[in-house]
Design a protein around this ligand. Structure first.
Ligand code: CAA
Length: 283
């Protein structure tokens, strides 16, 4: 099955980035959000990213305008009827995702693939509310989407080989590298990354070292581009907490218990970069 038109649900940080890379790869993109204001905000970020590419000589002004011209506004999920592949990047709440997938299943054409960019929720449980679980799959992009090469492709219990192959081929067309994984809590990326971040927070909580020292150890000693506490701020502390809770509940193993300091920060509204304060303070 050839994918020509893509619909992205959610014009936030992840959805906007996904829409950008799809349009840059030549796909027609329908970018959907609940309001025109949310769409315009997302398009503003995409425009800024592309303009930086023009300033750095990576693309011309005409190419930038052509990319933007391939992104169409939508505030109605019934626009799914025009897409071959739908990538959902809405909020990380199972009830909301299931409600979106029920509607997408109703409107999308028979051949269309429904995918989710969830960072930890079970694909199989999302697929179960549709009449096409074989055509439901996870496409987990990494933040910042235009920069990071990986797309973790997660097979739900019923995902067919044909669906997997179409999504793998599409991912390569985005100049990304697909990696196939199965549907277990946190998949591979967050099952490995989040316990490391959580352990770094425990290290701070227990007074083993300062936040700067913890980040320096991992940056200078392990060659990580960011220290784990800075990365947690970048991802969002609420997202980190929610993923730890998915792991904790999904495996029933106390080794995944979220650090009380992480919970305290989230309860205080210290969510990291997006709220202006997390482990560090931002302008
Ligand atoms: N959007 C678009 N481009 C961006 C960007 C953004 N938000 N942030 C940085 N860039 C681009 C810059 O424009 C720059 O491009 P050029 O070199 O072509 O000019 C390039 O990225 C490097 O940026 P900087 O020089 O400003 O800074 P840096 O070298 O520190 O790189 C970084 C920034 C790429 C974010 C790097 O720090 C990094 O790789 N950090 C770790 C990122 C990471 O681990 N992501 C995964 C998070 S986990 C996740 O996403 C999954 C989940 O489920 C939670």
């Amino acid at each position: 099955m050839e994918i020509k038109r893509v619909m992205v649900i959610g014009a936030g940080q992840m959805g906007g980035g996904i829409a950008q890379v799809c349009a840059q790869a030549g796909f027609d993109v329908i970018l959907n959000d609940i309001s025109e204001a949310a769409f315009e905000k997302g398009l503003g970020v995409i425009t800024k990213n592309l303009s930086r590419g023009v300033d750095k000589g990576r693309m011309t002004e005409e190419e930038k305008n052509a990319v933007l011209g391939r992104i169409r506004k939508s505030t109605d999920l019934s626009d799914a009827k025009e897409a071959d592949l739908i990538i959902e990047a809405a909020v990380e709440k199972m009830e909301i995702k299931q409600s979106i997938f029920r509607q997408l299943d109703e409107h999308a054409r028979e051949h269309a693939i429904l995918s989710t960019n969830t960072s930890a929720l079970p694909i199989t449980e999302i697929a179960a509310v549709t009449k096409r679980p074989g055509q439901v799959i996870g496409m987990h992009f990494m933040n910042p989407v235009p920069v990071m090469k990986l797309v973790e492709i997660i097979r739900g219990l019923a995902t067919t080989d044909e669906t997997y192959q179409a999504v793998e081929d599409m991912t390569r067309k985005l100049s990304k590298t697909p990696v196939e994984v199965n549907d277990y809590p946190g998949f591979v990326s967050n099952r490995v990354l989040m316990p490391m971040i959580n352990e770094a927070i425990y290290t701070l909580y227990e007074g083993v070292a300062s936040k700067e020292a913890i980040d320096d150890v991992m940056k200078l000693g392990m060659n990580h581009p960011m220290g784990p506490l800075q990365l947690a701020d970048f991802i969002g502390l609420d997202t980190c907490l929610y993923i730890m809770e998915v792991l904790h509940e999904g495996f029933g193993d106390p080794k995944y218990r979220p650090c009380p300091l992480l919970r305290k920060y989230v309860n205080a509204g210290w969510l990291g970069k997006k709220s202006g304060r997390g482990f560090y303070v931002y302008e």
